[in-house]
Ligand binder design. Sequence first.
Ligand code: GLC
Ligand code: CA
Length: 512
Amino acid sequence: MAAKWLKDTVFYEIYPQSFYDTNGDGIGDFNGIIEKLDYIKGLGCNALWINPCFDSPFKDAGYDVRDYKKVASRYGTNADLYRLFGEAHRKGIRVFLDLVPGHTSEEHEWFRQSQKQEKNEYSNRYIWTDHWFKPAKGLNYVGGESERSGTYVLNFFKCQPALNYGFLNPTESWQLPVDHPDVVATVEALKDIMRFWLDHGCDGFRVDMAMSLVKNDDDKKTGTSAVWRNVREMLDKEYPDAAMVSEWSDPPVALRAGYDMDFYLNMPGNGYSTLMRDYEMHPDDDRSYFKKDGNGDISRFLDQYVKWYEDTKDIGYISMLTCNHDTTRPRYTLSPHELKIAYAFLFTMPGVPFLYYGDEIGMRYLDIPTKEGGYTRTGSRTPMQWNREKNLGFSTGCEDALYLPVDHADDAPTVADQENDPDSLLNTVKELLALRHREADLQADAPFTVLCADRGAPLVYKRGSLTVALNPTEKEAAADVPVKGEILYRIGKDAALGDRIVVPAQSFVIVR
Ligand code: GLC
Ligand code: CA
């Protein structure tokens, strides 16, 4: 069962280095987040997910943790982060940190110890073969970097050695079973990190590569899921209000493993990708549902989503997201008006939605060189655009010192400009989120039923007693379903209600 407070929660994802810089060094910081809490609250978000903010050599933007219990000095001090928890709570905002359980930085002290030839407490904290020339077959591994004779397994980049959660059915003498004491010690170390932050006021975690723990665990239902159920038991007992969201994108498995929420991530060809990022699969023929000239086929999304939803609605939540730090911003291909309809859909779906910083103003994806292992992801990680002042209000520092360049386009969207425009994307987001908080039927738990998903017709669905209808295309569309009542909210032009509903081009409506 998911934490109760999630039912009326909307998350805001903050990439801390790019949000708001208060000391002019060109890098966002905790004090910057504290200063912007009222902005976040005003948006209608009442929870934060802050990307990794821990001590790190930043070869993967902080997903290579060197010390789990110490924040990176570029963001401030541990005391600043504790103050952020306190200030956020005073405003009714919960805070998630990013937990990276599957790997550390190669500079983590555990790994330094593990690399030693002489056996010690950390020898088995990572996955090593028993000879410098022996490969870890079927896994990515590195040899030749350590005093120890063995090769070690990686979880992602070369800088990220995999922590040892054991093998489901070990086939080699160096593979430890999941109940080996040294493997159990890894799980205990993970719980210790979680307790540390929860004790200091954090409310839960976004969990990085949550499916990556136990090796040879093909469907993840046995080994990796057992680790998370063990963690869940600890939380239920010691921190009953704490919650977790997984980077897994397999809700039937992740939610049964004890997660409150699982992200529906963008993976080329999956249901979510067909909403806004079909170009990744079809570069010359982008048929994304929310493009006005897309082909209006929502079934590619619903076929996957509805199955998951039906299977998991009593266990936990599927989290829809506008974007994240790994994904191309939706503004890359969608106009501000197309974004309004896409967001209206995302924010009226069941589960717990996530808004990625800057998407509320339609920040662009920038074509810029890689930074800290970002590669093509870098263009979605640029500084928040607050106003028309220096560096678009992100930092008073000199331009060369900025973590990443700001958008130099003359029409780069900013918060200040959009606050003054009643018709802006920002104000639409605010209205949608305010409505969601007002109407229980738009929140996480209210039932979701599709009334019409035919090609060429509007998408019509029920949330509790409310009916939502939308038509992202350039042509008026009608559905043979009776929709009567009062229009609660609309984008574009008013729909015609009655025994059938007619939704004008590029319009969205909620009917009570
Ligand atoms: C996750 C993160 C990504 C990171 C990777 C390795 O996918 O979202 O940014 O590079 O894990 O930790
Ligand atoms: Ca700073």
